[in-house]
Ligand binder design. Structure first.
Ligand SMILES: CCCCC/C=C\C/C=C\C/C=C\C=C\C(=O)SCCNC(=O)CCNC(=O)[C@H](O)C(C)(C)COP(=O)(O)OP(=O)(O)OC[C@H]1O[C@@H](n2cnc3c(N)ncnc32)[C@H](O)[C@@H]1OP(=O)(O)O
Ligand SMILES: NC(=O)C1=CN([C@@H]2O[C@H](COP(=O)(O)OP(=O)(O)OC[C@H]3O[C@@H](n4cnc5c(N)ncnc54)[C@H](OP(=O)(O)O)[C@@H]3O)[C@@H](O)[C@H]2O)C=CC1
Length: 331
């Protein structure tokens, strides 16, 4: 009997040793479970009731492309009159016409480089003439590229931090002052990124500027509630847009690894973030201020936990690991 048990234990130990060796040699290659993305299908329809933004005016910076365009389309569909502002007037005009023709609600295109406070002031003048002051302001315009920090010129640093931090501040302060003067409340939303919180190498100007934007919005949430202003932040994870992916993963080499570390097994979609932005900017969220909403399919926590790689250990391997751990005696 004892010999039989010892024999079984010996065989098990041999299996444990060989499997542990396999694990060490080959990692988890080929041992992944099937894609879980099918559990988390993205929905594309506008989530809020139709007419939720009737009689509302929304300014979306960078609204001509990517996520800003998707937010504009959703707000317009829900009844808002939108103003989209960025540098490239032709792109803005094309987007404005396309969205207006689909929703029946006016979208205005206004050229504005948010790095220039005078241009921002003129943009707001133009907006006041077209629609009056806005109820909703979405600071979405940004610039970014991957680059080792030792290769950054002073102007590269300045370009990104000017668009992201100074641009957001110029738009927010210009509108805030005029809204306060007119005793009009508003919802301000800033689009940052998950690495605004953690920092990240290779996108250091963007990480620094987005962290500044978060500090700006949290501070104003505290200070300007008394004027009827709400300030919130959405931190998106990866969502395919030409603007982001062409500058952050120009060869496409990192996309699979990115998707593999997202617990929901897929990238986000522009329509999903547009629904969240619409909710945060709507009167349904009138008690929400100072919030930082991470919207990343779980990527941030997945990157943060040092044991999360163990997801790729199979049930059979777990049996072996458990035996090894239980058989450990002493320290
Ligand atoms: C691990 C991989 C992950 C894969 C997943 C991929 C992506 C998604 C995941 C997460 C995304 C998270 C956050 C995303 C944040 C974003 O903001 S994405 C949005 C990106 N969109 C844009 O950037 C659109 C607007 N961008 C631009 O217009 C330009 O790119 C630019 C920002 C450069 C501004 O244009 P412009 O004002 O015309 O500037 P210049 O071309 O004159 O350049 C100014 C200085 O910057 C230097 N520079 C430009 N490009 C680079 C570069 N690639 N590397 C190094 N330096 C660069 C340029 O030389 C100028 O400096 P000098 O005058 O020469 O000194
Ligand atoms: N896509 C993603 O995976 C993620 C995106 N984000 C954030 O989402 C937001 C939208 O990015 P995304 O849609 O992907 O990328 P885009 O490149 O499509 O959007 C950036 C927009 O900013 C505008 N812009 C850039 N510089 C200026 C400027 N100086 N003045 C005014 N407008 C300017 C651009 O318009 P123009 O060239 O006409 O000026 C463009 O429409 C950004 O804040 C980005 O940081 C955050 C995390 C992930």
């Amino acid at each position: 009997m004892a010999a039989r048990v010892l024999g079984r234990a010996g065989r098990l130990a041999a299996v444990v040793r060989s499997s542990a060796l396999q694990l060490r040699l080959h990692g988890s290659a080929g041992l992944r479970f099937g894609s879980q993305a099918s559990f988390f299908p993205p929905l594309g329809d506008a989530m809020l009731p139709s007419g939720s933004f009737n009689n509302h005016v929304a300014l979306i910076t960078g609204g001509g492309t990517g996520l800003g365009r998707a937010m504009t389309a959703t707000l317009s569909q829900l009844g808002a009159q939108c103003i989209i502002a960025s540098r490239k007037l032709d792109i803005l005009q094309r987007t404005a016409e396309e969205i207006s023709s689909q929703t029946g609600n006016k979208v205005h295109a206004v050229q504005c480089d948010v790095r220039d406070p005078q241009a921002v002031s003129q943009c707001v003048d133009q907006m006041e003439a077209l629609t009056g002051l806005p109820d909703v302001i979405i600071n979405n315009a940004a610039g970014n590229f991957v680059c080792p920090s030792e290769r950054l010129s002073p102007n590269a640093w300045k370009t990104i931090t000017d668009i992201v931090l100074n641009g957001t501040a110029f738009v927010t302060l210009e509108l805030g002052k005029r809204l306060i003067q007119n005793q009009k409340g508003a919802s301000f939303l800033a689009i940052t990124t998950i690495y605004a919180e953690s920092g990240s190498g290779f996108v250091v100007p963007s990480a620094s500027a987005k962290a500044g934007v978060e500090a700006l919005y949290k501070s104003l949430a505290a200070e300007w509630g008394r004027y009827g202003h709400r300030f919130n932040i959405i931190q998106p994870g990866p969502i395919r847009t030409k603007g982001a992916f062409s500058r952050l993963d120009p060869t496409g080499a990192f996309e699979k690894a990115t998707i593999d570390r997202i617990p929901t097994g897929r990238l986000g979609t522009p329509a999903e973030i547009a629904n969240l932005a619409a909710y945060v900017s709507s009167n349904y969220a009138s008690w929400m201020s100072g919030a930082v909403i991470r919207f990343d399919g779980g990527e941030y926590v997945s990157l943060a936990g040092e044991f999360n790689e163990l997801r790729s250990v199979t049930p059979d391997q777990w049996k072996i690991l458990e035996v090894m751990i239980r058989n450990t005696k002493g320290s």
